[in-house]
Design a protein around this ligand. Structure first.
Ligand SMILES: [Zn+2]
Length: 343
């Protein structure tokens, strides 16, 4: 299974899935192939049960349009006890709580890809509610320079709440722990947090500048999060041989929605902000990733076959369509765990 030529895939176990209960009734042949091979991998490979180097949880996989099944863009990356959050869209705090109450207070490293509201509206919940739930570390917010402005205004917006919680409540939380640290990132710059190295990658979000993707390396294993981007050579350059590449996609259904909702000029502009499915497949092929993940889309099962066919026109390896709370374990095996899997 998988792509045929690279040494990375050849030297490691193939992709496994712990609970093969896909929610979508109509799956691409790729996903079915993935399922069959996964069962084999589980049967033959006790190595797959060992602690993964990286666990990725797709907290939110949706678009700006509200959708009860899919909250806003947000990805949690865990390596041991280290928790790193990438974007914090609608419902981000809710999804962290889904993983366990401690996640809201123990997540203190947030990387923003860009400042669009669908990627940031959950920050208020993470910032204020995480503090109220007992976060001891200052929230560290990495991202474009505008992230500092965003946090400064957020802090001001909640001053009345801070006065209440820090000054007037009997068991008050401390004002100092609410202080944030904003860290501007630049292309290629690396940030080391415990055993994890995060590299910022300048991507091409059309007129939105700067916009970043991030590569996370833990030892020999890695995951890349594209953020919002059109086809980006720089993203490809930084994503070579990554184990898992989580890429946004302007799916055929989403493009249809945009083109039937907005004027031709506006629609062209919106589509240019993102990556069409055949181009996402090209990115997977060029980077030789072990697993491609499609996100920032409407994952209604009825909308998947056309998307899958377009991806398969340019990528012959494995991919999955993201769902909220789907998790991916990365180690010698790459394992996809369906939403609701046992932690
Ligand atoms: Zn955007």
């Amino acid at each position: 299974m998988g792509h045929d030529s690279d040494a990375v895939a050849a030297s490691r176990e193939c992709l496994a899935m712990a609970q093969p209960m896909w929610r979508f009734p109509c799956r691409s042949t790729t996903v079915f192939a993935l399922l069959a091979a996964s069962l084999m991998a589980i049967a033959q490979d006790t190595e797959a049960q060992t602690e993964p180097a990286i666990k990725v949880t797709l907290l939110g996989t949706g678009t700006p349009a509200p959708n009860p099944r899919q909250f806003g863009p947000s990805v949690l990356v865990e390596a041991g006890d280290t928790k790193l959050l990438f974007d914090c869209g609608r419902g981000c705090g809710h999804r962290l709580w889904n993983l366990g109450p401690q996640y809201l207070r123990e997540t203190s490293h947030l990387f923003l890809t860009h400042m669009h509201s669908d990627h940031t509206v959950g920050v208020a919940d993470l910032y204020m509610n995480g503090w109220n739930q007992g976060r001891q570390e200052n929230l560290r917010v990495y991202g474009p320079a505008a992230a500092e402005v965003f946090m400064r205004h957020l802090r001001l917006a909640y001053e009345e709440d801070v006065v209440f919680r820090a000054d007037r409540q009997v068991h008050a939380v401390e004002r100092e722990t609410l202080d944030y640290v904003a860290i501007e990132v630049t292309d290629g710059e690396q940030h080391v947090i415990d055993d994890v190295t995060v590299t910022a990658i300048a991507v091409d979000h059309h007129v939105v500048e700067p916009a970043f993707g991030y590569r996370v390396d833990v030892g020999e294993f890695s995951v890349v999060i594209s953020g919002d981007t059109a086809y980006s050579e720089n993203l490809i350059r930084h994503s070579m041989d990554t184990d898992v590449l989580i890429h946004e996609v302007m799916s055929p259904a989403l493009e249809h929605f945009v083109r039937t909702t907005f004027s031709p000029e506006v629609a062209d502009d919106i589509v240019a902000l993102h990556t069409l499915a055949p181009d996402v497949g090209r990115v997977f092929t060029q980077t030789r990733t072990r697993l491609g993940v499609l996100t920032h889309l409407d994952n209604d099962p009825a909308r998947i076959p056309e998307l899958a066919a377009q991806i398969e026109s340019t990528w012959s390896g494995d991919f999955v369509v993201a769902e909220d709370l789907m998790a991916i374990e990365i180690g010698e095996s790459v394992r996809v765990l369906e939403p609701g899997h046992k932690q």
